[in-house]
Write a protein of this length. Structure first.
Ligand SMILES: [Zn+2]
Length: 255
């Protein structure tokens, strides 16, 4: 059973050139999820395209609870998630990677917890696995510029942000903005899984660059970076220690 998993975002629908062992349809109480199992370097890992095969599911409709529960059911302990983001800062440039270490949650209407019927409050002081981030920060970056920390602003979407919103997010301490990082990260923590996020900067956010951005622009940039990005993510998977020496596994505490 794989203990490692990759959640792929825009531009990463499958792991090209890596041995596919099998595809499994996993039933959870939140719905069915299709997960692929790959093997490389003697290590098996699960791969789950967040938006479904063919990128058909928009960010605000992704079944985050089913996705995380399916990986948990498989025996996964550690997740590397790939999220495409816009940059809120000139110095974080399109084509850069950010190992985000904090988030600001501006989502509005998505189911965001497994604890709907119990008063359980999970600790998200440090929402991303510190041990995984430390290891991943030392992996050769395949030509990418890597920012070892950053604050991810999660918005509801599917529209892009207004220039005024972007100004506000930047003023509040945000570094990058995306639509999929939350509640995925929180749900992983609720079930005691380690979660690290590689944010891939595909564009400057509204008002940061001179020209308006388009969905095509985001897709084209992800496609251009796809092969190197996959290689970096797989390198990270191979380097992440199997033993969990962090605090992500601590059970959530009832209030
Ligand atoms: Zn951890």
């Amino acid at each position: 059973m794989p203990t490692l998993a990759v959640i792929g975002g825009t531009g990463i629908y499958e792991m090209a050139g890596i041995s596919l062992i099998e595809k499994r349809l996993i039933a959870t109480r939140y719905g069915e999820v299709k997960v692929s199992i790959y093997a490389t370097g003697g290590e098996e890992f699960a791969f789950l395209p967040r938006h479904g095969e063919g990128h058909t599911c928009p960010p605000h409709k992704v079944n985050y609870r089913a996705n995380i529960m399916a990986l948990k059911g498989l025996g996964v302990e550690r997740i590397i998630a790939v999220c495409s983001v816009g940059s809120l800062k000139r110095e974080i440039m399109p084509g850069d990677l950010v190992l985000v270490d904090q988030f600001l949650d501006f989502t509005k209407s998505r189911p965001s917890t497994f604890f709907d019927d119990e008063a359980i409050h999970v600790d998200t002081t440090e929402p991303y696995c510190a041990e995984m981030r430390a290891v991943m920060g030392e992996v050769p970056t395949r030509g990418f510029r890597l920012h070892k920390k950053g604050t991810y602003v999660c918005v509801e979407g599917p529209r892009f942000e207004t220039a005024a919103e972007i100004k506000m997010y930047a003023a509040l301490g945000g570094d990058v903005v995306g639509m999929t990082g939350v509640p995925e990260c929180v749900l992983a923590r609720e079930v005691g899984m380690c979660y690290a996020c590689v944010a891939v900067v595909t564009n400057y956010a509204a008002g940061i660059s001179d020209k308006p951005l388009s969905h095509e622009e985001v897709i084209a940039e992800m496609k251009r970076m796809g092969a190197s990005l996959q290689a970096y993510v797989v390198d990270c998977l191979m380097r992440v220690p199997p033993k969990v020496g962090c605090s992500c596994k601590k059970p959530a505490k009832p209030s």
